[in-house]
Write a protein that binds this ligand. Structure first.
Ligand code: NDP
Length: 279
């Protein structure tokens, strides 16, 4: 069973989803990538995260193949480029995403990062899409606490459903201020690159040691760690069925106080405000 996380309106969605950055780029890998996403959906990783930016539409086209004939089983997330986030640009990008995704609605539509268009204009455009039933929720990505405060002060700004940010044991800066801010506003945070992009993090001796106690890999411990508060949605990207199965199994791991203390010692939490890290 995959745990659920509440959106601000109380709607529960899967806490473990699937990322799709760099998926769909290589036609020779496409069949495996579609099979992986479909296996993930069957395992309960029903939230799929994509963006118009990923492969300039290739990721969305690949996702379309995975969700074909099962659109209603999926909570679909996509993102608009900041340079397209104008009053008219948002609707145009959303329509183009619909075409690539083979759908007539997106469950959660995010502003990928802050750009040159006034935030109020983007929010207004999101609200129009929401009122028209084309998106169910909207949110933001790569917003730091001051951006969130500015957003919340705008008319309808409090309709924001989430902030998608970089978060894993080596990138914990958001624990100091952004996570508490989101928590106070009943808003889940969506953690991107929760496996640290399969880099140094997966070679962590501390994650390996904790994993040995649970019969789990370092990656599974990283995912269990990101889900520990019940307020975070993690979206690891996998391109093999073996990897997505392993990721889904991480949801069943319950970390103990000793596990968390050992992870803290090797991957310390922030002691002061840090600028939001992003990729
Ligand atoms: P992740 O931290 O999810 O790491 C992905 C890497 O981990 C891939 O190389 C993958 O390999 C590997 N991997 C997956 N499962 C396992 C496993 N069980 N064991 C070992 N290795 C594994 O990195 P991403 O940067 O892709 O982040 C996840 C998602 O977050 C993105 O795909 C995207 O949807 C979103 N994102 C959003 C950003 C934003 O600005 N809003 C920025 C960056 C990411 P393989 O492919 O071979 O399975």
């Amino acid at each position: 069973m995959i745990p659920m996380v509440d959106l601000p309106d109380g709607t529960a969605i899967s806490a473990l989803g699937q990322g799709t950055w760099n998926i769909g780029d290589d036609p020779a890998r496409a069949a495996d990538e579609v099979a992986t996403l479909r296996a993930g959906i069957d395992l309960g990783l029903s939230l799929i995260d994509t963006a118009e930016m990923y492969g300039e539409g290739k990721s969305e086209r690949l996702v379309a193949r995975a969700i074909e004939e099962q659109r209603d089983r999926v909570f679909l997330v996509s993102k608009v480029y900041p340079h397209n986030a104008s009053a008219t640009g948002v609707a145009k990008s959303c329509a183009a995403s619909f075409e690539r995704l083979g759908t007539d609605h997106i469950d959660l539509y995010l502003l990928h990062w802050r750009g040159q268009h006034p935030l109020a204009e983007t929010v207004e455009a999101f609200e129009r899409l929401r009122e028209a039933g084309k998106i169910r929720y909207w949110g933001v990505s790569n917003f730091d606490t001051d951006d969130m405060t500015e957003l919340a002060d705008l008319q309808s700004g409090r309709h924001c459903a989430t902030d998608q940010v970089l978060y894993h044991p080596d990138e914990r800066g958001i624990e100091f201020d952004l996570l508490p801010w989101c928590s106070a506003h009943a808003m889940p945070v969506m953690a991107y690159s929760p496996l640290g992009q399969a880099g140094r993090l997966l070679r962590s001796a501390a994650l390996r040691k904790v994993g040995q106690r649970h019969g789990a890999t370092p990656g599974q411990i990283a995912l269990a760690w990101s889900l520990r508060s019940g307020k975070i949605i993690a979206i690891p990207k996998a391109s093999s069925v073996a990897h997505v199965r392993e990721n889904a199994a991480a949801a069943a791991i319950e970390l103990t106080a000793q596990d968390l203390a050992e992870i803290d010692a090797a991957h310390p939490p922030p002691h002061a405000r840090e600028r939001l890290a992003m990729l």
